[in-house]
Write a protein that binds this ligand. Structure first.
Ligand SMILES: [Zn+2]
Length: 567
């Protein structure tokens, strides 16, 4: 490939709308072009990177007995009705009608399609286990696409679906897939990716892991322990409280607290710390607007995912009306009144605590001396709190919890029978009994992975692509092509490299060396060869690696051999 003919613009200035480096690099390096919110076209360099990532994905999926298939992008709504997701998924599922007024969807994930593909085939236990996968375009109508290819609406994913006749078999395969994912991230150049136990959210099922690239620009919070190997997604990390009850319990006392509303105000008023208070956080269920009053220690935050999982319903922040009976700013667990049906929940951080302040369910009044055991005898406690930096590790018990940011680059789920059951997929087991198969699913976003590698490996000048996924292996720069010797040698070397099967991009433009090198930095090719009049006089070419670990001169007669060796 000649650089002169490479379609796409490269420029120096950082685009104003790019918050993270990989986004800026991909725009100014001629990798992507913005078309609409969360929708991009790719130029050749990114296509070449993506093709290599896809090839690695294929090889690793094939190695664990995967069979490549392909599902349609556009699917009938009826298929999604079978699983119930046509109604249960929000606006991120793009719904539309075709010319015959039939309801259709754009695939944002393909569990339904996977079950559809195999449910007639796999009616006997002898067909199990098996795994099918595809590399396909998906569309998710994200409310807030961001960060270039990190969070887009249209994207390509490798998604895999395995089918099993027992939980043990699924678990065995899940481990195999976990290992395959570790190999994939190692091969594409981000061996630092860690797997964390995660909340499986709308996918359903029990055990799941996310593979996270730790980076300050990541949008997910990850809980890590400095003392042991505990790692978890924020949503899945259990919060443990170690504040014991005081030896003596004061009497419950109602106090006039004018103009005191927030938990901080209350604690200031009483001259106490927020951890010695019981605050109320009020939600409403999306499905029926039923109030959910959650009591939690004053210094903690609610982990809404834990709440949603407990309720089995989505929630939103409550609108507290006159009619509901709640006294905003003064809500507490003693004498709580809510008109109509309501759910009242207690976080574990309050279990056994005493001498707390809380609302008195009466305007401008709070209690002090709240004793949960004495004053709220029937409370049941569950974990709804967000774990905090410096908190207690659920595994080793030390106060060494650290919270880091990360980009999710892959995930694996033990789905169970959520889709097979709802879509009536069954098989006959060895005893002639009808059973429901168990599924696992395994995803990796290809474009996001490319962007994440760029995020992990770049400098101020551009990306430093790992050899395995670099768009080309050698960037050949002919400085001063008007020099006959340079032209003749560089042209010949270009041909020799190609004949040797080495991917080379050749810059033989009549531009200043500075422009040439800036472009080379933006393309981030592992090895750069510079042919110049000065080098030719010395009988050498200059060779430098993009990661700056190598900068040397090679005698003209040894060039091909040494390049092959380096690559
Ligand atoms: Zn630990």
């Amino acid at each position: 490939m000649k650089l002169e003919k490479l379609v796409g613009e490269r420029f120096k200035e950082r685009p104003a709308d790019c918050v993270i480096d990989s986004h800026a690099i991909m725009v100014k390096g001629g990798y992507i072009k913005y078309m609409a919110n969360g929708i991009y076209s790719s130029y050749l360099p990114l296509r070449r990177i993506v093709r290599k990532i896809e090839q690695i994905l294929r090889e690793e999926m094939d190695k664990i007995d995967g069979q490549e298939v392909q599902f349609p992008v556009v699917m009938p709504a009826s298929l999604w009705d079978e699983s119930g997701r046509y109604d249960s998924i929000g606006d991120e599922l793009l719904r539309f009608t075709d010319r015959n007024n039939a309801k259709m969807v754009l695939g944002m994930t393909h569990e339904e399609a996977a079950v559809h593909l195999v449910r007639e085939y796999a009616q006997s236990y002898t067909k199990y286990p098996f795994m099918i996968y595809q590399i396909q375009t998906k569309f998710r109508d994200e409310a807030r696409p961001r960060a270039g290819l990190i969070r887009v609406r249209e994207f390509t994913m490798k998604d895999a679906y395995s089918f099993h006749t027992s939980q043990e078999d699924l678990e065995q395969y899940y481990e195999k897939c976990h290992a395959a994912y570790e190999r994939i991230f190692e091969r594409v150049g981000v061996p630092e990716v860690v797997s964390v136990k995660s909340d499986s959210g709308m996918m359903g099922g029990n055990i799941s892991h996310e593979f996270m690239l730790l980076t300050p620009v990541g949008e997910d919070s990850i809980v890590l322990c400095d003392s042991c190997d505990y790692r978890a997604n924020m949503e899945a990390a259990e919060n443990i409280s170690d504040i014991a009850r005081d030896a003596e319990s004061a009497a419950l006392e109602k106090v006039y607290t004018p103009n005191v509303h927030t938990i901080e105000d209350v604690c200031n008023f009483f001259g106490d710390e927020t951890k010695n208070s019981c605050k109320a956080v009020v939600y409403q269920q999306n499905v029926d607007d039923k109030y959910v009053v959650l009591f939690i220690r004053g210094d903690l935050e609610v982990n809404e995912t834990k709440l949603v999982n407990f309720l089995g319903e989505q929630v939103h922040a409550a609108v507290i009306t006159e009619e509901c009976g709640l006294n905003a700013g003064y809500i507490g667990p003693v004498n709580l009144k809510v008109n109509g049906d309501a759910v009242v929940l207690y976080d574990k951080s309050l279990e056994g605590r005493n001498n707390l302040s809380c609302g008195a369910n009466e305007a401008e009044h709070h209690y002090k001396g709240l004793d949960m055991e004495r004053d709220v005898p029937n409370a049941e406690y569950h974990d709804f709190a967000k774990i905090q930096e410096g908190g207690i590790c659920p595994k080793c018990g030390k106060k060494t919890v650290k919270i880091s940011r990360g980009i999710e680059v892959g995930n694996i789920f033990q789905l169970g029978t959520k889709y097979t059951k709802s879509m009536n997929m069954t098989y006959v087991d060895a005893n002639g009994e009808s059973k429901t198969p168990i599924m696992g699913c395994y995803g990796i976003g290809v474009g996001r992975l490319a962007a994440s590698v760029c995020e992990a490996h770049h400098d101020e000048y551009g990306p430093i692509w790992p050899k395995a996924i670099a768009p080309w292996q050698v960037h050949l720069c002919a400085v001063r092509v008007d020099d006959e010797e340079v032209r003749a040698y560089a042209d010949k070397l270009y041909e020799d490299l190609q004949n040797a099967g080495i991917e080379v991009i050749y810059d033989d433009r009549s531009v200043r060396a500075g422009v040439m090198f800036a472009d080379a930095d933006l393309l981030g090719i592992p090895l750069r060869i510079i042919v110049s009049p000065k080098n030719m006089k010395q009988g050498v070419v200059e060779v430098a690696s993009r990661d700056k670990t190598l900068k040397t001169q090679i005698l003209l007669e040894n060039v091909m051999e040494e390049i092959k060796q380096y690559l």
